[in-house]
Ligand binder design. Structure first.
Ligand SMILES: NC(=O)C1=CN([C@@H]2O[C@H](COP(=O)(O)OP(=O)(O)OC[C@H]3O[C@@H](n4cnc5c(N)ncnc54)[C@H](OP(=O)(O)O)[C@@H]3O)[C@@H](O)[C@H]2O)C=CC1
Ligand SMILES: O=C(O)[C@@H]1CCC=N1
Length: 260
């Protein structure tokens, strides 16, 4: 059983831990405060370490699940050579090497919140110090909570926008559609369920189809019908440009994370 230690036990660590099969992984957490860690550990049915040093001594793989600006403080105390996995946005392998050593094995991962239901879409890259065996173990951890994409590190910022942050934008889209349902007289709960089911099935259609998304848009848009009226309205209100701007803002923020 692989022993995994999470430093930081907030929203993302908890989402990953919820999705992990506890019969395959032995999980320990160490948060900012031991009594809070104990509470979270008991809710998640894992154990809490008294401090980071105890966790590092026990774990085979250490996952850094703190906010990016906390990582330098954690790694300043890191005297082990056990592999570390960072899920922090905007913190590069080079940044992490500078904070540890040239020989430190480091895996950079970008999961998303859908790990909670074992449907994360995760990006992964390693540095040259990570053995094939260690990389295989880290990949097993993240494939067990969803899909995994091995990507070039230069694409991590884009991946962060398209998969790491995008659940928030998709939730916003769903909520906006659902609110429109309320505006037109439907109850919010029913409206949200209807939209979420339709978003899920539409995404499945894209994955199952050889057509590009615009062909699928055309297939829904009957000549002179209802759909094209909405498509034109979306375009008149800069839907595509607005979405692209949001992704660009996310990519730009990712680039500036270690500078800010
Ligand atoms: N949320 C998401 O959807 C995603 C997040 N990420 C990445 O995951 C990381 C965590 O984000 P998220 O879970 O959202 O943030 P959270 O704030 O929910 O979690 C961070 C946790 O770290 C704790 N913490 C603060 N300082 C320390 C310390 N010195 N030692 C141990 N724990 C500490 C915080 O405690 P306290 O609250 O008491 O300060 C908090 O519980 C970030 O780097 C982010 O980029 C990546 C992909 C998706
Ligand atoms: O907002 C953030 O910075 C993190 C990274 C991806 C999702 N949440």
């Amino acid at each position: 059983m692989t022993k995994i230690g999470f430093i930081g036990a907030g929203k993302m660590a908890q989402a990953i831990i919820k999705g992990l099969d506890k019969s395959k992984f032995s999980i320990q957490i160490s948060g900012y405060d031991f009594s809070e860690s104990e509470k979270v550990a008991s809710e998640l049915e894992v154990s809490a370490a008294k401090n980071h040093a105890e966790l590092i001594a026990t774990a085979e793989i250490i996952i850094l699940a703190v906010k990016p600006y906390v990582i330098p403080e954690i790694l300043a105390q890191y005297k082990s050579n056990k592999p570390i996995v960072s899920i922090a946005a905007g913190v590069t392998l080079a940044n992490l090497t500078e904070m540890t050593s040239q020989t430190q094995a480091i895996v950079r991962v970008m999961p998303n919140i859908n790990a909670t239901i074992q449907k994360a879409t995760t990006g992964i890259v390693r540095n040259n110090n990570v053995s094939d065996e260690t990389f295989a173990i880290v990949k097993t951890i993240f494939t067990s909570i969803g899909s995994l994409h091995e990507i070039a590190e230069k694409d991590f910022g884009t991946f962060t926008a398209l998969a790491g942050s995008s659940p928030a934008y998709i939730y916003m889209f769903i909520d906006a559609m659902s609110r429109a349902g309320v505006l037109h007289g439907m109850p919010k709960d029913a409206s949200t369920k209807i939209v979420a089911e339709t978003v899920m099935a539409s995404a499945e259609m894209i994955l199952a189809s050889d057509d590009n998304p615009w062909t699928l848009v055309d297939n829904v848009s009957s000549p002179g019908g209802t759909t094209v009226a909405g498509v034109v309205s979306l375009e008149q209100n800069n839907f595509v440009a607005t979405v692209i701007d949001a992704i660009t803002a996310t990519v730009d923020k990712n680039k500036s994370m270690m500078q800010s």
